[in-house]
Write a protein that binds this ligand. Structure first.
Ligand code: C5P
Length: 428
């Protein structure tokens, strides 16, 4: 459990699938697909160790799997040399998931019986990890009563049986019995761990049970139908925070100005254009219930007083456009009766502590993260950031220096800071 908690709350909260898969390959023509399956599992970041039955070795050589997995292949139970490397018990303990693919009729029968006369059947009995079986066989053998009986037994024993695909088989028959494509199987494994991580995060994550709303990116203020005023914000910090908050167990809504970033997994995204729209949508989510509001957006301070309905034509040497002040989103929300924990951002070039603290008070924030935009190595378009975090006086927390790091790491540290302060936060 401790490991699992670290997996959820640890420094690397980016969906991290450093999980171990024991892929057991048994004797069937579909064994060739398992070679590709190893590749796909590795693409997702899994560490894969392959166990082969004798039958499997008649179809594909262990060397193929060794080259693809980057690990030695395990073939025998009673080989002292192999056992000295990683024995069957160690392998059974190492696994976070045991995937038997393809699973032949014979192996299914053996597992259902609980025999333990080779490496795979021994691991099957010795592991605590979930076991998945992907049967692949002739359609008549699949339909055979004995096979179905054995599969039922495995099901009852808690094994996840993956129903084979239907189609033309290597033997020329048409019917159920094809092993699903490697891409599909690997994705199922990935989604399983992704869901597991989410379930754990929702129970034990630093922001478990919290509803978080984040503004991100620039806003765009129209001048006429073809022109606008905006800024260079890329939204990266806000999107990284959305990822980190979700990984920490929160329900996350991201109100994004015009940016070209993909939506982080699991996050609800609401695209807006102008500051007025961003405020309007923020209020909608705040009123629906929100525990933490994080304002990373680089909101335009001013908008055009009157947006021209037609394209403004070129005329004199100068052009004057009247601008009026935009609402301050974060300050407006901080004034609400149902006020969430408020986190603001500030970009300063000097007197960081002084300016940040003034902003903290003026905008009634609980926490403010401040970056030094005079530094060329961090900030707007960069993938890195460095920040100083200040807390409202009531928290009695001293400022925290977050050293230059990738934005996701900074986001994770901000989540930690937030969750510490949140524990003391009383919603009015
Ligand atoms: O006043 P300044 O723009 O420096 O404040 C920055 C903080 O206030 C950021 O958290 C930003 O998202 C938020 N802000 C806002 N609405 C505005 C201006 C800034 O929410 N109109």
């Amino acid at each position: 459990m401790q490991d699992e908690l670290q997996w959820v709350n640890g420094l690397n909260q980016e969906i991290n699938f450093s999980k171990n898969i024991v892929l057991a390959v048994t004797g069937g023509i579909a064994a060739y697909k398992s070679a590709i399956l190893v590749r796909r599992l590795k693409d997702y970041g899994f560490d894969v160790r392959v166990v082969m039955t004798k039958g499997a070795q008649a179809f594909v050589t262990p060397l193929t799997f060794q080259a693809l997995s980057g690990n030695p292949v395990h073939t025998t139970l009673l080989d002292p040399e192999a056992e000295a490397g990683m024995g069957h018990i160690e392998l059974a303990r190492w696994a976070d998931l045991v995937l038997v693919a393809p699973a032949s009729c014979d192996v299914i029968a053996k597992l259902a019986q609980g025999l333990a006369d080779d490496l795979l059947s021994t691991i099957y009995l010795a592991t605590k990890a979930p076991i998945w079986v992907a049967p692949a066989m002739n359609q008549q053998m699949w339909a055979a009563k004995a096979t179905q009986r054995n599969l039922n037994t495995l099901n009852t024993d808690g094994v996840h049986v993956i129903v084979p695909d239907a189609g033309v088989q290597a033997c020329g028959d048409v019917g159920l019995g094809r092993m699903p494509e490697p891409e599909v199987l690997a994705e199922q494994v990935y989604l399983y761990f992704q869901q597991k991580q989410r379930d754990l995060a929702k129970k034990f994550g630093l922001l478990a049970g919290k509803r978080v709303v984040i503004t991100a990116g620039p806003t765009r203020e129209a001048i006429d139908p073809v022109r606008y005023i905006s800024n260079h914000s890329t939204g990266k910090m806000g999107f990284a925070l959305a990822t980190a908050c979700y990984a920490a167990g929160a329900e996350v809504t991201l109100i994004a100005g015009p940016v070209s970033l993909p939506t982080p997994h699991g996050v609800i995204r609401d695209n807006v254009i102008s500051a007025s729209e961003m405020l309007e949508q923020s209020l909608v989510y705040i009123n629906a219930g929100c525990d933490v509001f994080i304002a990373t957006a680089a909101v335009a301070d001013y908008r055009v007083a009157e947006i021209a309905t037609q394209k403004i034509k070129k005329s004199g040497d100068t052009l004057a456009i009247d601008l009026i002040k935009n609402p301050d989103i974060v300050a407006t929300i901080a004034k609400q009766a149902k006020r969430p924990f408020m986190v603001g951002f500030a970009a300063e070039t000097q007197h960081i502590e002084d300016y940040a603290n003034k902003k903290l008070v003026a905008k009634k924030l609980d926490m403010i993260a401040c970056n030094d935009v005079s530094r060329a190595d961090i900030g707007f378009a960069s993938d890195h950031n460095a920040m100083v975090v200040f807390f409202a006086q009531q928290y009695g927390m001293s400022a925290q220096n977050l050293q230059r790091a990738p934005k996701l790491e900074i986001a994770q540290q901000l989540v930690e800071a937030m969750s510490t302060a949140l524990q003391q936060h009383k919603l009015p």
